[in-house]
Design a protein around this ligand. Structure first.
Ligand code: SF4
Length: 480
């Protein structure tokens, strides 16, 4: 059991894909023994401990390196309820140590060639470029302020390779004409309406066509989920194209779970070439939430923040992750998920701010049923000026039955308050009662400053959306 980390190791240490010399093996062995015992180090070979309050983030079953997922709770990791959410522990310790600001830096994905090897080797190599022992002497004899600056710069050079160069600064899109009508509505100050459709479990496009035709006159864009609940469905890309062909603007959802850095970049080029402009980057549900048999669960190449960073660089700097030039850069309006119900409002606000800094231009939240909790979250976002820098669309849905309400309450990142369920239970028509509560919620939420639109997530009950929009006095293209 490591001394200073909350749980024992989750995964076997990564093994390098190459033979290493006896010296490198010895170095790795020493590092594994020391850092493993003290900080729970997993030998990822791309050390971030100084940025993560000295807790190894590789204990996260999703391998997230930039903060918690939308299912995190103060109690436990949603993938494995027998363990704490390691990211929740990192934030809690960082807050105690006064190091919360360190969590804002956008950290790179793993260089897999280094996993299982010693991170000391990188430090040694960097020290050599600075002049070796004479650099140590200069550092040791410098004034305290200068010493601190040099220390920070030295480790930053190691953890932020030139192909990434992540930081904690905002990276807004340069001035441009809107690339999609959703962006146009939001850029002109309109109130946007989007709706989520779960792609069919068949190869028949009829259901997608029927739903987009039904919603066409009511919404600004339609999201297509990407293998939600880790269950294979028709791809979001195919559904997005079907929507485009039927005159409805799509939002392509891309889950990091099913992508490698190579696959992501290829998909972005392909999607934008097809005319798909809105791209929502998600980390994705863990495979354990889907049906077995599970594939390998320990390889998440990217997280949502890293995906935003990569796509934004492709768009604004016209370059691939490996720094090659892209002659015709993709045009995209980038979005990310907001999680009003996960961990704490402060933690989620920090995470959402990091997404916006990385490139998110709009946020679509998970389902909101608890108005007071949502207001706390919104205030936390406002305090960090997130709502001033991005368009927030609130996730809304009625619930069909009391049984479904209980089921939804158990979904990571969703909370249905007891009062909501009780009101459904007391009603002769729980379904209609939920519709009425949804209309009441819309009426309150749409007036909140900082709310720029609604995102309907009435999965498999999309037919209710036109009624909700009509009865709420909302309309397409920013009308209300
Ligand atoms: S709740 Fe999410 S972020 Fe936290 S450890 Fe589990 S998978 Fe990772």
């Amino acid at each position: 059991m490591p001394g200073l980390t909350p749980g024992r190791r989750w995964q076997a240490a990564y093994r390098p894909f190459k033979n290493t010399s006896p010296t490198e093996k010895l170095e790795a062995g020493i590092e594994r023994a020391l850092k493993g015992a003290i900080w729970g180090c997993r030998m990822c070979g791309n050390c971030l401990l100084q940025e993560t309050a000295f807790i190894c983030p590789m204990e996260c079953p999703k391998g997230l390196r930039n903060g918690p997922c939308g299912g995190s709770t103060p109690e436990h990791c949603y993938v494995d309820p027998t363990r704490p959410c390691i990211w929740y522990r990192i934030y809690a310790r960082a807050e105690k140590m006064g190091r919360l600001d360190r969590l804002m830096e956008v950290l790179p994905p793993l260089d897999w060639d280094k996993t299982g090897t010693s991170a000391f080797a990188d430090l040694r190599a960097n020290l050599k470029t600075h002049g070796g022992l004479s650099a140590v002497w200069r550092w040791a004899t410098a004034r305290p302020e200068e010493r601190r600056r040099k220390w920070e710069a030295f480790f930053r050079e190691v953890r932020q390779p030139a192909w990434w160069s992540g930081d904690d600064l905002p990276h807004p899109a340069p001035p441009h004409e809107p690339v999609s009508s959703l962006e146009r509505v939001l850029a002109s100050g309109g109130f946007a309406i989007t709706v989520e459709i779960s792609p069919p479990l068949t190869a028949d496009p009829a259901d997608v066509v029927k739903k987009v035709q039904m919603l066409k006159d009511y919404v600004d864009a339609v999201n297509f989920t990407d293998n939600p609940s880790a269950t294979p469905r028709m791809s979001s890309l195919a559904c997005s194209l079907i929507a485009l062909q039927n005159g409805v603007e799509p939002v392509l959802q891309v889950a990091a779970r099913d992508r490698t850095r190579m696959g992501l970049q290829g998909e972005v080029l392909g999607a934008t070439a097809l005319g798909i402009r809105n791209i929502l980057c998600l980390t994705g549900d863990h495979p354990r939430t889907g049906p077995p048999p599970n594939g390998r669960m320990d390889i998440w190449d990217l997280d949502a923040i890293q995906m935003l960073w990569i796509i934004r660089q492709m768009r604004d700097e016209g370059r691939f992750l490996d720094c090659r030039e892209i002659k015709c850069a993709p045009q995209a309006f980038l979005g990310a998920a907001g999680s009003p119900n996960s961990s704490t409002p402060l933690i989620q606000a920090i995470r959402e701010e990091k997404k916006v800094n990385a490139g998110a231009q709009f946020l679509q939240t998970n389902l909101v049923f608890d108005y007071d909790r949502f207001v706390d979250y919104l205030e936390a976002l406002e305090r960090r000026e997130v709502t001033a820098r991005t368009a927030l669309l609130v996730g809304i849905s009625p619930i069909r039955s009391v049984k479904a309400a209980h089921y939804m309450n158990a979904i990571p990142g969703v909370r249905v308050p007891e009062a909501y369920i009780k009101r459904m239970e007391a009603s002769a028509d729980p379904k209609e009662e939920s519709v009425q509560m949804t209309l009441e919620l819309i009426d309150k939420v749409k007036r909140l400053p900082g709310v720029r639109g609604l995102h309907f997530m009435s999965v498999t009950w999309e037919s209710i959306v036109p009624r909700l929009i009509t009865e709420s006095g909302l309309g397409k293209n920013g009308e209300s």
